[in-house]
Ligand binder design. Structure first.
Ligand code: ADP
Ligand code: ZN
Length: 743
């Protein structure tokens, strides 16, 4: 038997090896193996089994060993790896390293121990019968029956004074399972989920939920690939729909993957999921970045072996090696956090859809503010749209109060942090013992220019994105087309002086609240607080218990928060995300407004949202106020169509960086000519231009944009052209397909 493998050793090449007889029976594609590469031993993934070799068989070396008994990549994952390699222009090795956790790749280094557990509950009568024939075996059975999780074999045997033969006999009887598990080398405290579980009876579905569950159920029963987009307003009970879909899959013996943008920020959701599935006897693997190596390997083994059939996690959980995948849920599918910002630069949602396609599974995307990409796929008939138009128990969506900060600035004569209206509403909440959350918009980009008097923002006449201010040469530049003009000293619209944008920090807002509402109990959550996990949990706990009146934080903390006593949400500076040089700026702002508003009025009392903005008339603000997603999406799609932006075309970003700017610019210019020649009408090339941040760590950065109808027509060609050029060693290039951020 001969296998073709991809070594994880720093190069992309298919190598062939012989399989010794002892390993032949276990050999499967997708397994991790050890192979000799040159004088060293390397880890490799088996891509093909039983293939003709490209060299005479006698010259082939042997596979040295198999790392894990279960494939690291199931057949659908193998196909997915190949697709990612081509689509995202990422090296195969980099793709495999993203798909297979380091703990699994290093698995051999982790200390393994044998563990015992019962394969099924053993009745008292059965135990008695066994006791008469084999008392020692019965004692082991009884002991294991009292344990909640597998126990170390050595511990069981020494404790019961039993021999290994007794355990072996039980395994042979099929009563006991013996398995190898990684032992934690370091005691590890999990602050994020810490085994927290929320239990409780599932609620009765309301009519809308029942209709959506039935629609998803129909697709699951068909057993074919389908994508559902669940568009449900905030608080409409989307999670309950996801739960029912997962339960259906588990009951039918299948596996499910449940993706959330960030596990650490959604402890409530995770606890709810675990409560539901574990109550039904399904081990739930929670996959997050704070797992210890042993825990990760343990979770992975449980999934790969089929012992656990449901995993909850951030984007990399999409690669869980579960057999029998029937469903992938992508909660908050619009979240940019699903995009990975290092190689391979994949989008978790898009990969989920593609994996579902390869596995013949159902992909369930959900959001209160679906991405325009997904919305367009619904319109094109590719996705089915299910809707939840009302909040659970007919709770009202919050009312939007828009504060025009231009007027506020005139009234209060100067820079305003908190408007009169917002402060008044906060006072009311204090008096009524209700809670307030103030959000600071951190998606901002401080180099945009906005007039503090009239709100004017200078946009590129060719690209409809905000121009970026460059202090060095006092210019405004467009980062999509390169259009430039001198930076105005006064506002071009109203002639007011000093129009440079300054964002608000969480500290400034905190000071303002302390000054204006000295009696309010106040807590601030920002990057510093987030770094201390126990602090984060403590603040959330205090807020839930009502020990905090006002919580200040960036929108990052807003995800999935469900606090019934919050009746007021303030967005302190809506403009920051609106005027960034990115064609998605409007979409982001709309999403931000709706999601932030979604935190208010989730309990019995209605909620209100106060939005402070210098540009109250923009589409994002107006449509969010009306809670009109469709209206916003239609209007925004029209703009995208006019300029040929996604979702009408794909966008690819190409970054060149290195210490010598003249050299990079020259190379990039040559490159662009080559691309234009080779690809012609298949691609529209813009650039090279200086990147928005021109210099990072003494490296100069230039960028090229490609707009194209189909990525597979362009990326392989770019990669081929790239390989044909002898690039100098001090120039680094990065291709980013479907980038989620332009700045
Ligand atoms: P969404 O994800 O759409 O914002 P959630 O799924 O978080 O909404 O649901 C909001 C709240 O409503 C949660 O506390 C949830 O337990 C509750 N809920 C969901 N469905 C029902 C139902 N059918 N009956 C009563 N309460 C429900
Ligand atoms: Zn432009």
């Amino acid at each position: 038997m001969i296998v073709g493998v991809q070594p994880l050793a720093g190069f992309d090449k298919l190598l062939h090896y012989k399989v010794p007889a002892a390993l032949a029976a276990a050999m499967r594609s997708g397994l991790l193996v050890r192979v000799p590469v040159g004088a060293r031993t390397s880890l490799a993934l088996v891509l093909e089994v039983d293939v003709p070799a490209d060299v005479p068989v006698e010259r082939l070396k042997n596979v040295l060993g198999i790392l894990h008994e279960f494939p690291a990549l199931t057949p659908d994952l193998l196909a997915l790896a190949r697709w990612m390699h081509g689509y995202y222009a990422a090296r195969m090795e980099a793709v495999l390293e993203a798909m297979i956790p380091a703990a699994v790749r290093d698995g051999a280094r982790l200390k393994q121990e044998r563990y015992l557990s019962l394969t099924r509950p053993v009745e008292a009568t059965e135990l008695e019968a066994l006791g008469r024939r084999a008392p020692a075996q019965a004692r082991v059975c009884q002991f294991l029956g009292q344990q909640v999780r597998p126990v170390r074999k050595s511990l069981v045997l020494s404790r019961l004074n039993a021999s290994a033969a007794i355990a072996a006999a039980l395994v042979k009887r099929g009563l006991v399972r013996e398995e190898a598990r990684a032992v934690e080398r370091v005691a590890y405290a999990d602050h994020w989920s810490s085994g927290e579980i929320v239990t409780g009876l599932p609620p009765r579905l309301n009519e809308e939920q029942a209709a959506v569950v039935a629609s998803v159920k129909a697709s699951l029963e068909q057993g074919k690939f389908a994508v559902h987009l669940l568009h449900g307003v905030t608080g409409s009970g989307k999670t309950e729909v996801y739960l029912r879909a997962v339960e259906q899959v588990l009951a039918a013996g299948g596996s499910a993957i449940y993706l959330v943008p960030e596990v650490a920020l959604t402890p409530q959701t995770v606890a709810r999921l675990r409560g539901r599935f574990e109550a039904a006897g399904h081990r739930t693997v929670v996959w997050h970045s704070h797992l210890g190596e042993g825990e990760r390997l343990d979770g992975w083994t449980a999934l790969a072996s089929g012992r656990a059939r449901v995993v909850v996690g951030a984007r990399s959980a999409v690669f869980a090696p579960v057999p029998g995948l029937r469903l992938i849920v992508v909660d908050e599918e619009h979240e940019p956090a699903y995009k990975q910002d290092e190689t391979p630069r994949y989008h978790g949602r898009d990969v989920a859809v593609y994996r579902a396609k390869l596995a013949g599974a159902v992909c369930l995307l959900g959001s209160a503010t679906p991405s325009l990409e997904s919305f367009a796929n619904v319109r094109a008939g590719k996705y089915r749209c299910d809707r939840l138009t009302r909040r659970v128990d007919d709770k009202r969506l919050p009312d939007f109060l828009i504060v025009d900060m231009r007027i506020e600035a005139m009234r209060q004569r100067g820079l305003v942090t908190l408007s009169r209206l917002l402060v008044d509403h906060m006072h009311q909440r204090l008096a009524r013992r209700e809670q307030t959350i103030l959000f600071i918009n951190r998606r901002g980009y401080s180099s945009s220019m906005q007039c503090r008097k009239c709100g004017h923002v200078e946009a590129c006449p060719h690209c409809s994105v905000a121009m970026t201010y460059h202090r060095a040469d006092e210019t405004l530049k467009c980062h999509l087309c390169g259009h430039a003009r001198g930076a105005p000293a006064a506002c071009p619209a109203c002639a007011a002086p000093d129009i440079r944008w300054r964002g608000l920090g969480t500290q400034r807002v905190e000071e303002a609240v302390r000054r204006l509402l000295p009696r309010a109990r106040l807590e601030r959550m920002d990057a510093d607080t987030m770094a201390k996990k126990h602090r984060f949990r403590q603040i959330l706990g205090d807020f839930r218990a009502g020990r905090i009146d006002v919580l200040i934080g960036t929108q990052m903390i807003g995800k999935g928060l469900d606090f019934p006593n919050v009746t007021l949400v303030g967005l302190v500076d809506a403009d920051l995300s609106m005027h960034v040089p990115d064609f998605r700026a409007n979409e982001r702002t709309f999403q931000l407004l709706v999601q932030v508003a979604g935190r208010a009025g989730r309990g019995d009392r209605a909620g209100e949202v106060v939005v402070q903005t210098f540009t109250p008339k923009t589409d994002a603000v107006q449509f969010a106020k009306q809670a009109d997603y469709d209206g916003f999406a239609e209007a925004e799609l029209e703009v995208r169509r006019r300029f040929g932006y996604p979702p009408y075309r794909h966008l690819i970003h190409h970054l060149f960086r290195g210490p010598n700017p003249e050299k990079i610019r020259f190379l990039a210019e040559q490159w662009v000519k080559q691309v234009a020649q080779a690809l012609g009408a298949l691609v529209e090339v813009r650039g090279p231009l200086a990147a928005p941040i021109e210099k990072v760590k003494d490296e100069y950065r230039f960028q090229v944009w490609y707009f194209c109808a189909r990525v597979p027509q362009v990326v392989p060609e770019l990669v081929r052209l790239q390989a044909a050029v002898a690039w100098p060693s001090d120039v680094t290039q990065v291709l980013d397909v479907d980038p989620m951020s332009l700045v």
